[in-house]
Design a protein around this ligand. Structure first.
Ligand code: IVH
Length: 715
């Protein structure tokens, strides 16, 4: 797509433009200058989009990218006559699409035939040989079967003119404005250089596992029902009515097939100029598309089988959920000879991996009380193996989820564990009902304290509003002590329960006032008085350790303190954001709601929840108690020796996990990142480092080994 020379030029151009942006406010730009720099800005932004979204290897910082993008957007705003349809700013369409019109596909969007064993692949091979009249030297391509939402893209004279969903295979929904927000899909591609005038390209829109995990975590924190799997998340996001919402979901896209290609004069290029599937993929790659990575060419079916088996073993290592391997006859002329059935092409087959779904019986439903009083129904299942893990419990999220899926006790349910996340009830097998299944009755009162439950307008959850509810307090305490919060080892379920039951702890701040005396004498005594059959007490050694860990937790980084408070809807990501906005807890208490709402990633719902939290005298009292105990609650108090340093880890460390290493860096005031960019100051190299090392070398970033890292973090 870009020659080295071209890339060097674009980087030089980037530097010049960044300089110009610094010196020239938009107000000083006249139309003549704008005419000159707008095309340059566009070319540079498109190039950096490609580095970031297609190669996953950016060469400028996000901050620099934002500057370029915003400058372009602002000039276009001033001189709208300069806007072109392929400008990167046009990816974020502003108008809301109400309905998606239907459009016919240029060629039918078929399904794929499936193979579940090596034997079925050999059967497929025999059918191919037969269909080709006995030719038996057959080359196949093998590529991941992406588990997302299928799309069809049409380009005319190098411009993306349409993006559609699969629909019924013959006609799909025109979702062009939403497709345009996906930056892995070029708005303009130099297809004419390959003699292509009009083309239809098939691909898949997906969400990587990490983004999926975060998206679901956020949905859970906001009290929404999470998506079952990355596929549903991608498909759901694609059909959102507002393209701005779609853009926020960070969708990704791979292309895997040219289904129609026309040259000038209406010449069909497939099978003529474009003779193999691999060649087709190379053309797309050269035009800036993201083509399936790791596609392999196999001679004969036995090589295909080995490829499929080895990939099934590596399945979890991929950043995307893949559910199989698509095997295709490489020669397009052969493909055309073989043709297709009404359902699938005869030249391709999907080798399916073991499913991550299973059916089992729902035995019982229990109702858990969360730290903000949310009541969550949890289903107990007959244990079943899903994707290598035995599952016996599954969250049913809320009453609406149960109603929508019509889940009853005694039902056979289909559970899925996709993207290595929490198991999820996909559906009820209604055909298996015997008539004895019982509807799930939602409780009217809190199972812990007996208060009347309420369901506030606009919320899916029933809640217990009693701040003194013992289970709520226990959950708040566990959250406060959890790893990403104050990280107090030894304060898990059992200890938290005993501390709350014995009333040694009546709010989270009380833990800082615990003593050995209280833990070793009072706790067992009070538990006994409570009639606890087997008094939960703590040994001398453990009590000492616990107190030491509690003491150490007074110095946690500011964002973790915010997270630990357990403000509703404020998850780890939001807490981190808040810690960037304010310097201390007092500033956070005082911050006007409008300022909160304006911050990216914080909507009115979160802002309201934060304000509500700090308006309750009980909460302010707890914060005061924490402060009195010596818990650090501002950034100034936290300036550590690693202040201003940004670390990236690559390869395995031998003395600690990567998570621990990251935590240590943060505790000492430093930051960490998952990818190498110019912002990064140190790259720590462990065993078997990945591509981050080369990148760091290229950017001239300081590279250190584990030993040197340990020295830096030693107090
Ligand atoms: S080729 C005529 N290649 O799987 C072309 N499909 O279950 C046939 N899919 O409808 C499709 N990854 O949406 C092809 N590497 C890949 C694929 C792939 C995922 C989807 C596609 C198809 C569905 C069939």
């Amino acid at each position: 797509m870009y020659s080295e020379q071209n890339q060097a030029r674009l980087l030089e151009e980037t530097r010049k433009l960044l300089q110009l942006i610094k010196n020239q406010p938009i107000s000083e730009i006249c139309l003549d200058i704008a005419r000159d720099i707008v095309p340059k800005l566009r070319e540079v932004v498109v190039y950096h989009d490609w580095r970031y979204y297609v190669l996953n290897d950016p060469v400028i910082s996000d901050f620099e990218y934002d500057r370029l993008f915003r400058y372009l957007r602002d000039i276009e705003h001033k001189f709208p006559e300069l806007i072109t349809p392929d400008s990167p700013t046009q990816r974020v369409a502003s108008d809301v699409t109400k309905v998606f019109p239907e459009v016919p596909h240029l060629s039918r969007m078929l399904s794929l035939d499936n193979a579940y064993s090596a034997e079925e692949l050999r059967d497929f091979h025999r059918r191919v040989i037969q269909g080709l009249g006995g030719v038996n030297e057959i080359e196949y391509t093998c590529e991941p079967k992406f588990d997302g939402a299928g799309i069809a893209l049409v380009y005319e004279d190098d411009f993306l003119v349409r993006g559609a969903t699969r629909g019924d295979g013959a006609r799909g929904e025109d979702i062009t404005p939403n497709i345009k927000t996906i930056r892995a899909i070029p708005l303009k591609a130099p297809l004419s250089q390959f003699g292509i005038k009009r083309i239809e390209i098939r691909g898949e829109v997906l969400i990587d596992k990490e983004t999926f995990r975060k998206l679901n975590q956020q949905r859970l924190e906001e009290g929404l029902t999470p998506f079952a799997n990355p596929r549903n998340a991608a498909a759901g996001s694609l059909r959102l009515q507002d393209p701005r919402e779609v853009a926020r979901k960070r969708l990704d896209a791979f292309v895997y097939q040219i289904t129609f290609a026309e040259g000038s004069g209406g010449k069909n290029l497939l099978g003529a100029d474009i003779r193999t599937h691999l060649q087709a993929m190379e053309i797309l790659k050269a035009c800036g598309f993201k083509t399936s990575w790791g596609a392999g060419l196999c001679k004969g079916i036995e090589e295909v089988i080995r490829f499929c088996q080895s990939w099934e073993q590596k399945r979890e290592e991929f950043p995307y959920e893949i559910d199989g391997i698509v095997v295709k006859v490489n020669s397009i002329i052969f493909q055309q000879t073989l043709g297709e059935t009404t359902h699938h092409p005869r030249w391709a087959i999907a080798f399916k991996f073991k499913p991550k779904q299973a059916t089992t019986k729902l035995r019982r439903v229990i109702f858990q009380v969360g730290r903000v009083g949310t009541i969550t129904p949890v289903g107990e299942l007959d244990p079943v193996e899903v994707g290598g893990v035995t599952i016996s419990r599954v969250s049913l999220f809320n009453e609406d989820f149960i109603k929508e899926k019509d889940i009853r006790i005694g039902d056979m349910v289909l559970v899925e564990r996709a993207g290595e996340v929490i198991p999820y009830v996909v559906k009820v097998i209604k055909e298996a009902r015997e008539g004895t299944e019982q509807p799930i009755k939602f409780p009217k009162v809190c199972p812990s304290c007996g208060s009347k439950l309420v369901r506030l307008p606009g919320e899916a959850a029933w809640r217990c509003l009693n701040m003194r509810c013992p289970t709520q307090l226990k959950e708040r305490l566990k959250h406060f002590a959890s790893r990403r919060a104050m990280d107090i080892e030894g304060l898990g379920e059992r200890t938290a329960r005993a501390l709350v039951m014995s009333r040694l702890v009546e709010d989270v701040a009380d833990i800082y006032y615990l003593t050995e005396e209280k833990l070793l004498k009072e706790l067992p005594l009070r538990m006994q008085q409570m009639g606890e059959p087997r008094p939960t007490y703590i040994g001398e050694l453990n009590a000492k350790k616990l107190l030491k860990n509690i003491e150490a937790s007074k110095n946690r980084p500011f964002h973790r303190v915010i997270y630990a408070l357990g403000i509703r809807y404020v998850g780890y990501a939001t807490a981190t954001l808040l810690a960037e906005m304010v310097n201390s807890i007092d500033e956070l208490i005082e911050i006007p709601p409008v300022k909160l709402e304006q911050a990216p990633g914080i909507g009115p719902k979160i802002a309201h929840s934060i304000k509500e939290f700090f308006s309750l005298p009980e909460n302010l009292k707890v914060i005061e108690k924490l402060r009195q105990a010596g818990v650090k609650m501002s950034k100034a108090e936290m300036k550590g020796p690693l202040e201003g340093k940004v670390f990236v880890f690559t390869g395995a460390l031998s003395s600690m996990t990567r998570e621990e290493a990251k935590r240590r860096v943060e505790e000492l005031g430093g930051k960490t990142s998952d990818s190498v960019s110019k912002k990064v100051t140190h790259v720590v190299v462990g065993e078997n480092p990945g591509s981050k090392l080369q990148k760091a070398q290229r950017l001239g970033i300081t590279i250190i080994n584990e030993e040197e890292f340990l020295k830096m973090i030693a107090r």
